[in-house]
Design a protein around this ligand. Structure first.
Ligand code: HEM
Length: 158
């Protein structure tokens, strides 16, 4: 169960990254270029929060029930957790920032729906989805992030 959910969480990261970059990229171009809001924009704006919701749900299950990264943390004094880069990353940084990113993306969706015109729709999407996606990109455990970095693809593919 742990291996399956971790593999799904690792793979779904790529869907989050690709859909996020498409949604934010189109929003920025549409905002600066005064484009019309098309059905493609509406679809990207709807799908992105759903994909991030599923990713966060998988993350919460790993966090509370399955991950060995969190298993030893319970009895450890808070100061030691904060001082250990790896424990700090998995206990607080990855989790907290990803949940903030999810909130930003949902706020962006609501504000996009309330906007009066296409320029407003693109602006709200560019700002809120943009900030959320930036936070996600910064807090993914990329391979170069020693000591908690992970491979670009989960083990069966590497
Ligand atoms: C968009 C949001 C998120 C993205 C893109 C993301 C991405 C990732 C990636 C790429 C990994 C490494 C997987 C591997 O080892 O190959 C990972 C691990 C993990 N994530 Fe997330 N994550 C997100 C949100 C969350 C949230 C909200 C939580 C907790 C509430 C969470 C908890 C975890 C845990 C516990 C692990 C490590 C599991 C382990 O190695 O045992 N993630 N995440």
């Amino acid at each position: 169960m742990y291996a399956l959910l971790l593999t799904l969480h690792a793979l779904l990261r790529w869907v989050v990254v690709i859909v996020g970059i498409l949604a934010v990229g189109r929003a920025l171009l549409g905002w600066r270029g005064a484009w019309r809001w098309t059905p493609l924009d509406a679809r990207l704006s709807m799908i992105y929060p759903i994909v991030v919701d599923i990713q966060v749900l998988l993350g919460l299950i790993l966090y509370f029930f399955l991950s060995p990264e969190l298993a030893g943390v319970g009895g450890t004094p808070l100061g030691d957790v904060l001082a250990d880069g790896r424990q700090f990353y998995w206990t607080f940084a990855h989790t907290f920032v990803m949940i903030v990113a999810l909130a930003l993306i949902h706020i962006g969706r609501v504000r996009m729906k309330r906007a009066d015109d296409d320029a407003g729709r693109f602006r709200q999407t560019a700002i809120f989805y943009g900030l959320g996606t930036l936070a996600i990109l910064l807090l993914i455990p990329w391979p170069f992030m020693t000591p908690y970095g992970r491979p670009l693809l989960p083990s069966p593919w590497t």
